[in-house]
Design a protein around this ligand. Sequence first.
Ligand SMILES: [Zn+2]
Length: 142
Amino acid sequence: MLDHFGRELPREGCGFLAGSRNLAHRFYPIHNQTPDLRRFAMDPLHVKRTEVSIFRRNQRILAICHSHPEGECYPSRWDIESAFFDPALRWPYWEKEVQIIALLSDPEAPRVRGFRYRVGGEVEEVGLETVATEVGNISTSP
Ligand SMILES: [Zn+2]
């Protein structure tokens, strides 16, 4: 996930973490189709194709991820509002899936935090844990 986000700089990168139960096994990058450097908008066709691959692997989307090249490791107002209205993603993903934000302002020490967006725009932090057995697995604790 962080490799993909690094390659997308100075744009925001985005994608899904998918797996089973609460263990993410794999990151699926999604094309960010907005020219705006401070937002992301997932390409709807790419989302559809990716959902099919995830389904075929018997996995499900656990987290919707994007990067902030600079600024805060916290959802922007636009992140929260768009999560409620983005038709490409067939929300209401927002209620169950974790939203992961990676802040890349310090390339040596990227920060990664998980959140859930609640109705009314409330943001709740979710604990993330990296499991060492396989490369890059991230587990979300409830
Ligand atoms: Zn954002």
